[in-house]
Design a protein around this ligand. Sequence first.
Ligand SMILES: Cc1ncc(COP(=O)(O)O)c(C=O)c1O
Length: 390
Amino acid sequence: MPLSRRHFLGRVPAGVAATAALVPSLFETATAAAASSVLVTGPILLNSNENPYGPFPSVQAAMEKALHKANRYPDHQYRELVNRIGSYNSVDPAQVVLGTGSTEILKMAADAFTDADRPVIIADPTFEAIGFYAEKNGAQVIKVPLTSDYAHDLETMAGKAPKAGALIYICNPNNPTASLTPAAKIQEFVNNLPPNVIVLIDEAYHHFAMDAPQYRSFLDGKSSRVIVARTFSKVYALAGMRLGYAVSTIDTCKRLRTYQCHDNVNIAVAECGTVALNDDDAMRAAVARNAADRDEFMKQAHARGLKIIPTYTNFAMFETNRPVKQVIGYFEQQGIRIGRPFPPYETKLRVSFGRPEEMTAFWKAWDRFATAKAAFLPGEPIYESSRWFT
Ligand SMILES: Cc1ncc(COP(=O)(O)O)c(C=O)c1O
């Protein structure tokens, strides 16, 4: 008989029970009857571009079952997932590299393809993780501002690559701007890559953009100089499980794997990944739900006259005309966590889409903030975040 939450809390020490009462726990997630019933406790989280509706019901069931196999190494499940990712994307399984989140893929690429002579070239602003990892290898991080319509300036990026080579990072759609770099531009760029240049195209938000006319995925495993990264943290709602992958040619994947930790994906995660990929209906429903949440966000933003960057993801960025750290500090006081600062933007705010009731709370807080007199706002920005990498 499944444990009720009350019985569960009755069996653990008081301190642990108190924490469990505040933080949405695996227990709550695993016992939720359906994805939409994930419990909301603690602050409203609109800061990490997660899927707020919880894992697919099919995946929750797989997660619970997999825990009983925790005494075994994940060899079989790992292979099964690699094979499924291969068949899902019509590539050979040897062209797939698994990561503990796609963050590990970014780290492997930085380790394999950057050093003191080979910089990483990234947009400004973009998702910074690959830059941090490259820096650790003694590599220079070259930042190229986005164009005026928030696309990657691919020509300038290519022009910055030294003869020794470089790793160019394209985040499409881009985090934090939620904007697209048109597929035709990326194709031209890939066709004319300078010598010794490897390009990593981060498609973390692929599913939310896949129906946009200017977008297409570059995941085909055809070029040894193109690596595509994907994650299960967004549409598949598995951010806490940590699963991502890369697709490239067999040789490039071999090079990436040199920097991979053995058995980097555990047995439960591997099973969840396979079940998630098999549940295309749930994936499509999640995409449709995000599209509805995105439309509503745009409607609310336009009703308030906000200058918002067109979004192709599960988050949006808009101009606040205030120091963004102050905005974040204010929302923190209201129990709502919103996206961190993204220098060089000092006044633009990134907000991840939450569930409708969470967004109602967000807009109410926004309206209070927008009409508040400066004296009522924190003078010094109060701002703290432990999430620097989402
Ligand atoms: C563009 C991009 N790439 C990678 C990641 C990391 O994802 P993961 O949870 O798979 O490590 C994120 C997380 O927000 C992201 O926005």
